[in-house]
Design a protein around this ligand. Structure first.
Ligand SMILES: Nc1ncnc2c1ncn2[C@@H]1O[C@H](COP(=O)(O)OP(=O)(O)O)[C@@H](O)[C@H]1O
Ligand SMILES: O=C(O)[C@@H](COP(=O)(O)O)OP(=O)(O)O
Length: 317
């Protein structure tokens, strides 16, 4: 049996197909910011919508009706473009789990951007590929794949090939490739699980490299890959010292291997270009998040059109 919210709160009750919850200004504000509204403005709009409903004497409202109300409220306040995006996002998220893969060399900011994006989109799970690597280490022995037990930038040390001619093959990159392969198996199984459960998820880290994932995944329109980079070496170096201040990851290790990390950064960017995967210069957090949202909205538009025809108006709410 569900919770009897009416007995514990005066709030308007919002009901979906399978659940009920008290009206949350925070939740509504989050869907508005995902559609491009400024967070401060979004909270005020959510507050105003709640007040309008209360003034009209609502005690409960269905999610579909609320969505319709929000849409028309935005139109009357001249937020046309946000109104359209808001509807598009609600329509897509209602039908599909969204899987966002954020890749980039160590230190370029994948986990920072992934967490920001998750909070803007209301996606409850963010998994780092370094955690997946930890799980894979328990199932694959060090003797079999020693590269997996290294970091992405030290994996080359475990290669068996005694003397690699750098003109034929770059040992740092070969080590990196061997390092990410087993982690990809874990990433793909996590994606399978999310698709089966219908749960949206963000997976981030240096093991997300375009061209390495099976086509089955890259061809799905609701799986979106984005690569982050930093062209400025100076800025990239600074990120390691910033991280060291708030985590137990000493910057010395990363600075010592900086040349290799930069090589990996270039390698990931090249693979992204080859595979038409969008690349974002992660200089400012807010601008990177905005760009991610633009890329995701563009993909949603495509999904919507292929499912509902050009005007995308079936099942509008
Ligand atoms: N756009 C940005 N502007 C300023 N600092 C950033 C930005 N993105 C990330 N950072 C900071 O840089 C450091 C490394 O970022 P992090 O997300 O841990 O990198 P990664 O997960 O790619 O290794 C962190 O201290 C983070 O707060
Ligand atoms: O292997 C690597 O490049 C990093 C990946 O983590 P991020 O820096 O991407 O968070 O892990 P490490 O072994 O240094 O703990």
């Amino acid at each position: 049996m569900g919770i009897d919210f009416k007995s514990i709160t005066d709030k308007i009750i919002v009901s979906g197909k399978n659940y009920e919850m008290p009206f949350s200004k925070g939740l509504l504000a989050r869907s508005l910011t995902a559609a491009g509204m400024k967070p401060s403005e979004a909270y005020m709009v959510a507050k105003e919508i709640e007040k309008t409903l209360e003034d009209e004497g609502y005690e409960s409202i269905t999610k579909d009706e609320l969505r319709k109300r929000v849409y028309y409220y935005l139109l009357t306040k001249n937020y046309e473009s946000i109104a359209e995006k808001y509807l598009l996002w609600r329509r897509i998220l209602k039908k599909h789990p969204i899987i966002i893969l954020i890749g980039g060399a160590s230190g370029v900011g994948t986990s920072t951007i992934a967490f920001e994006l998750a909070s803007r989109l209301g996606i409850p799970s963010v998994i780092g590929t370094d955690s997946i690597r930890e799980v894979m280490r328990r199932s694959i022995s060090k003797d079999l794949v020693p590269m997996l037990y290294e970091s992405s930038y030290t994996a080359w040390k475990s290669l068996r090939i005694p003397s690699l001619d750098d003109n034929v093959c770059d040992k740092h990159i070969l080590g990196f490739e061997r390092h990410i392969e087993p982690v990809l198996v874990g990433i793909e199984s996590l994606i399978d699980r999310s698709l089966t459960e219908g749960l949206s998820i963000i997976i981030e880290g240096t093991h997300i490299v375009p061209g390495f994932m099976k086509e089955k995944y890259t061809s799905m329109p609701n799986i979106i890959t984005i690569i982050l980079t930093l062209s400025s070496e100076k800025m990239h170096k600074k990120r390691f010292s910033a991280r060291a201040k708030v985590s137990a990851r000493p910057m010395e290790r990363y600075l010592k291997n900086f040349e290799i990390i930069r090589k990996i950064n270039q390698y990931i960017v090249d693979r992204a270009k080859e595979n038409d995967v969008p690349i974002i210069e992660n200089v400012s957090i807010s601008q990177s998040v905005e760009k991610c949202l633009e890329i995701i909205t563009e993909r949603f538009n495509y999904l919507d059109k292929t499912e509902n025809g050009e005007n995308g108006e079936d099942d509008m709410y």
